[in-house]
Write a protein that binds this ligand. Sequence first.
Ligand code: ADP
Ligand code: MG
Ligand code: MG
Length: 899
Amino acid sequence: MNRYVYDFTEGGREMADLLGGKGANLAEMTRMGLPVPPGFTVTTLACRAFLAHGAEPEELGREVARHLTALEQAAGRQLGQPDDPLLLSVRSGARFSMPGMMETILDIGLNDDSVLGLAKVSGHERFAWDSYRRLVQMFGSTVMGVDGALFEEALGRLKEDRGAADDLRLDAHDLAGLVETYKAVIRRETGADFPQDPQEQLRRAIRAVFSSWNGERARLYRRREHIADDLGTAVNVQTMVFGNLGSDSGSGVAFTRDPATGRPGLYGDYLANAQGEDVVAGIRNTVTLDELEELDPLSYTRLRDYLRILENHYRDLCDIEFTIERGKLWMLQTRVGKRTAEAAFAIASELVDEDLITADEALARVSGEGLARLMFPRFDTASVGAPIAHGIPASPGAAVGAAVFDSAEAVRRAAAGEKVILVRQETTPDDLPGMVAAQAVLTSRGGKTSHAAVVARGMGKVCVCGAEELTVDTGARRFTANGTTVTEGTVISVDGTAGAVYPGAAPLIDSVVMRYFETGGQAPGGNSQTVLGAVHRLMGQADTVRRLGVRANADTPEDAARARRFGAEGIGLCRTEHMFLGERRRLVEAMILARTDAERDKALAALLPLQRQDFVGILQAMDGLPVTIRLLDPPLHEFLPDRTELAVRIASAEAHGGTPDAHDAELMTAVNRMHEENPMLGLRGVRLGLVVPGLTAMQVRAIAEAVVERKRAGGDPRAEIMVPLIDTVQELRIVRTEVEQVLTEVSEAAGIPVECPVGTMIELPRAALTAGRIAQEAQFFSFGTNDLTQTTWGFSRDDVEAAFFSAYLEKGIFTVSPFETIDREGVGRLVEIAVAEGRAARPDLKIGVCGEHGGDPASVHFFHDAGLDYVSCSPFRVPVARLEAGRAALAGTEGSDSR
Ligand code: ADP
Ligand code: MG
Ligand code: MG
């Protein structure tokens, strides 16, 4: 039989699923002997049953009645008893804390009779009427659905009438009048009376808390925080204690340490003569706990002791709510406290020093996302003003610069030494040079996985996207936002961590953590309790326990060197396409336009030494570590001029009576010949090497000769050759034969052995499904999860994100874009199949991943679970991946509930 109600003496913190976080922790504190007002918890199970059937489960009423009777017997008073009423609070409390999202109703049990009894027994008439008016107000708005503003207005009018600055100036008589006003509001708005029957009040309050689970606010919050919709909330029914009984009473909140910095020592706010809701409502100014020490030293000392007991017990930062009733301290709530990224690292490390937790537990309590936040400069929050616009925080960090409205202008100004921020409606690959030149990218459209967001994250560049309050007028070179107009050259500040845009230059604080990684992660001086000390310790722990290797995606010696300083153990993806751009585009064009083998060979021969030099530089930067070089992948038309541009050039030559440039005409023919409706599914990847004679041989020769050159220089080059976009083993077999032949030629000519493992990307479903056969020809696999996601879902990434991802997220079809976090169910299954079949065919097959997902925390955990050997991500994400790979390896260690 289901049981729906647990007394606080019956539960504990291990029962949070059933009792909710608040209920479980109230029970835990009760079990620990801390002073918690007695009560009981109605389970999440009861809530789920109520929400499913639209009615309470039958037994619930009886169980509540039984527990209430027990409570009444212990108190020697009854709920709402006219001469000495027992009063109750009815509090929501879900598994994961959802602050302020659901309802709480205080002072249940008061009515026109019991308010008089309360006034008499407490000897405090004003207090009794104040409590009653609070009940009517809360019950009216939460349970009876009256607009809360109507009560606030009535209260405001009364204060005005009485010339009262705050509500403490209203006397019992005023408040009694206010109760009547409130009741009239309820009657007018609902046609019903405020219920006088305490039992009815309790029943309806519990039901209202159940229903608040599906309130709009709560639903939105859950979506944002990725909390499941079907958990339901528990309801805590608790004996009231009173902080509003005079100056020897009050309420407050406290943290066991500073949640902003992690520094030890009590931290909190206190408000005398108030109930807890007043503390957060900000109706009167709170004081610090230091002042509480002066006001009420005894309670302060107790509070301090209890906090120490709690922190030692929970072995983590605790966040509590308390009330002092006539000098007696009561604990009303505790939970593991939320904290900033900085505090998370500092506290975890301190608790290790205090022997409260192990280094593994400390590792479980920090996160890659937190680390990423610490790696960027930030604005001094104390001194920035109000933002002029908000957007999606797509890539963290803070940047200041002059607004510019196109890529060319960004490049021009940056070259002249100016710091710029590229502002676009949305970005395209054409904006790349401008994005590289800019400090930050700001767009008015597009989500977290838009071009701007993805590229900026890859480059470690600040990005706020989808700032819809922005109207970007590229032609006029300005944007407007909420009445502010910003013209080109005007300095603005962009906060990619918070998703905010500020006018002018907001003061910046540099990241010490970034400097730490940039200088190679040396042990910092000072103690382990500074953020740096903590980061150093926890990175060390992660490296000790992780099984996954971490490599970087890098295609220049500079990126390779940085990746290495950041702790990369090699390059998992070295793209070769950028080596075909810029100056070299001409040669590539010549290769594409070649009419004869001789012409093509000539172009390839000219490219060869350039490619070789590229590889020499990268192999040198990664000396002794693997460098996985991917053969040319993108569709060839990407190397030719834009079709429209060419057409315009030709047309305008003709319009001026001339004949178009012969080269342009030739290019146009080639562009037309190579035009594809779906280039991402067209002539690219391995298909290029199979169709363009000599291309693969040239690239492999460049790699092999670079290896020879490095060996001659005394280096330890470890190049690996990776073939992209394989569908079938036959493709790989043909390419591999060609590769081996070139390797043999080069090594025989040089008299130096050149051994490069040859492997393949697994980025098409067919390749994943036939991985067993492909592994016969491949010495390693690397999952290209971007293409694999595109082709598994049938999503053209460049099209779908802007078109309908926000609608999909809105409808809950997925809670996160599959391009951001790997889709375990679908794409992940293909990965698992390929790993199993690949390893079955070749037990020593090395397997990695080199898509964007390699630096995404949740995805890293999946790749660990799937048994991969390494992940590869952008250099800036390497520390994040190392940390998360360590956390993934902590099987069965529970992290703190950081939500
Ligand atoms: P939330 O989850 O929004 O913090 P709570 O259930 O904690 O809501 O209730 C809000 C406030 O109501 C508490 O901070 C506390 O001050 C007050 N409160 C709740 N229960 C009681 C009680 N039994 N006695 C006195 N005050 C209470
Ligand atoms: Mg609370
Ligand atoms: Mg790919």
